[in-house]
Design a protein around this ligand. Structure first.
Ligand code: ADP
Length: 246
């Protein structure tokens, strides 16, 4: 169970900018963006292509550094941390899932899930036990020894979710997790992510699909590298969400 009593905001970005240089041009991918997630829950990030969604997720996952501003995730001030601490942060404090699942093709589902624990030096019996329990929870008890290429897209994404939960992170980041799935399979993944949020974790999902965003309780809309608006989505139909975000 995640620590829900932590009074510190789970995610806090203050005036974060990220620029890329392309020849003599500067692209402002994020432009003094501020955002706070104070309570666990299921949050969506929407926005047009190029509005900065991937850049934002990369910064939250400490896969990249901002040019300006401060970022705090799960109680850690990312902008002040050394590389070794950032490696531990990525492995244990957050989980991340991707549109393409990013599983290792030569490893079984069980070994994919257990890999972060192997890298962290957890004893074999404990990591197998944890990975087995998570795969069973994902409804994959009979698929543990299959490799990714013998699994459907939805099964692979559930393996990726199990891997992301191995260290019980407070924060789970998801980059278009249903983008490669048919709608029924995507719906199942959204339900799982909603269940994980209801356990007291924070799930932050980038999506361009309004139906997926309505599964979240709250949506942030990015435009030109800033949060343009945010709204609660409980009970909203996808068409209503689109209308409100325009
Ligand atoms: P989104 O995920 O919303 O489509 P991105 O975060 O990928 O947006 O990109 C935001 C802006 O930053 C875009 O204009 C994009 O072209 C630019 N950008 C992103 N990554 C790079 C990079 N590595 N080099 C140069 N420009 C980049």
């Amino acid at each position: 169970m995640a620590d829900t009593d932590n009074p510190v905001s789970l995610i806090e970005l203050d005036a974060v900018s990220k620029h890329y240089r392309l020849g003599d041009q500067t692209v402002r991918a994020l432009d003094r963006l501020s955002l706070t997630v104070a309570k666990p829950g299921f949050y969506g990030i929407m926005g047009p292509s190029g509005s900065g969604k991937s850049t934002l997720l990369h910064l939250l996952a400490a896969l990249d550094q901002p040019d300006e501003g401060t970022i705090r995730v799960a109680g850690e001030h990312l902008h002040t941390m050394q590389e070794s601490a950032l490696t531990a942060f990525r492995r244990k404090k957050i989980g991340i899932i991707f549109q393409q699942f990013n599983l290792i093709p030569t490893l079984s589902a069980l070994d994919n899930v257990a890999l972060p624990a192997l890298l962290d030096g957890m004893p074999a019996a404990e990591r197998t036990e944890r990975a087995t329990a998570l795969l069973e929870r994902m409804g994959l008890g009979d698929r543990m020894h299959h490799r990714p290429d013998a699994m459907s897209g939805g099964e692979q994404q559930r393996v990726a979710i199990a891997r992301a939960l191995l260290f019980e992170p407070q924060v789970l980041l998801a980059d278009e997790p249903t983008g490669n799935l048919d709608s029924a399979t995507g719906e199942r993944i959204l339900q799982l992510l909603g269940d994980i949020a209801r356990e007291g974790r924070t799930v932050l999902m980038v999506t361009h699909e309004p139906t997926a965003a309505t599964a979240c309780g709250h949506v942030f809309l990015l435009r030109d590298g800033r949060i343009e608006t945010e709204l609660d989505t409980d009970g909203l139909a996808a068409s209503e969400l689109v209308a409100r975000l325009q």
